[in-house]
Design a protein around this ligand. Structure first.
Ligand code: DGL
Length: 270
């Protein structure tokens, strides 16, 4: 039993998809979230820059006494090989859990892989899928404009800008007829209604943030490190605008975050 909180990080709002799933699975767990909105987007930076920022955020979360960290960000996960140190708690990324879920879901072996520019260039999803399903046919596609929309709080499926971005980013993937689509940036499940409407009902969408939350829950269970009679408290930190985080984040997290969001910068944490 371990009543310390679970830390969750992302460049911004996307990791709230992992928080939402963790809350659903393990409501007693205390969660500490860090959204690096002030330095988003990560996806247009170099892996070295993202690794340095991710390391700072992990250090910030460790200072909150977390027992595990979910790197609820495909871009940060892709840069983990560049981290310059190791950590005393388990650190789980989104790539392997989402790749496993996609391989379990696909029938045709044709899998669309979406992510930020850095994530798609890094190719970690492709590697992970091929290690499980060598014959998979992959359709990788960067969709960086989705991040900007979500960071602006624009996710409604009838928003013409959302529809235009979904069409222009996903047309090449849809043309390849996948039966499974990895939403490999955690911001993307927040657009899943628009994405599902465009891709059609025969395409299974894989929520990478939710997959990482499930994996972490399972790891904690195996290590006998779940909370017992925990507070279920949520504390969010953002390096961006706290009022916007409360407003938009409440919708994304599936629960009211009013009064739970604080400003913090992870810059310089080590
Ligand atoms: N949520 C992010 C991801 O999963 C990062 C988006 C960004 O900051 O570019 O990749």
């Amino acid at each position: 039993m371990d009543n310390r909180p679970i830390g969750i990080l992302d460049s911004g709002f996307g990791g709230l998809t992992a928080l939402r799933e963790m809350k659903r699975l393990l409501p007693d767990e205390e969660l500490v979230y860090f959204g690096d909105n002030g330095r988003a987007p990560y996806g247009v930076r170099t892996p070295q820059e993202v690794a340095a920022m991710t390391q700072e955020v992990i250090c910030f979360l460790l200072a909150q006494n977390v027992k595990a960290v979910i790197v609820a960000c495909g871009t940060a996960t892709s840069s983990l090989p560049y981290l310059r140190r190791t950590f005393p708690v388990p650190v789980t990324g989104v790539v392997v859990p989402a790749a496993r879920a996609a391989c379990a879901a696909t029938r045709s072996g044709r899998i669309g892989v979406t992510g930020t520019e850095l994530t798609i260039r890094a190719g970690k999803y492709n590697e992970a899928i091929r290690s499980i399903l060598p014959q998979a046919e992959l359709l990788p596609q960067p969709c960086q404009p989705f991040v900007t929309l979500v960071e602006q709080g624009r996710t409604e499926p009838d928003d013409p800008e959302v529809q235009a971005a979904v069409r222009s980013c996903l047309a090449p993937v849809r043309a390849g007829c996948p039966d499974t689509l990895i939403l490999g940036c955690t911001h993307f499940p927040l657009l899943s209604r628009a994405i599902a409407a465009y891709m059609g009902p025969d395409v299974t969408l894989i929520d990478s943030g939710a997959c990482a939350a499930r994996e972490t829950a399972e790891q904690l269970r195996r290590a006998d490190a779940l909370a017992s009679g925990g507070s279920g408290r949520i504390t969010c930190y953002t390096s961006g605008d706290t009022a916007l985080f409360e407003r938009a984040g409440s919708g994304f997290a599936g629960q009211a975050l009013q009064g739970l969001v604080h400003y913090a910068s992870a810059a310089g944490c080590h």
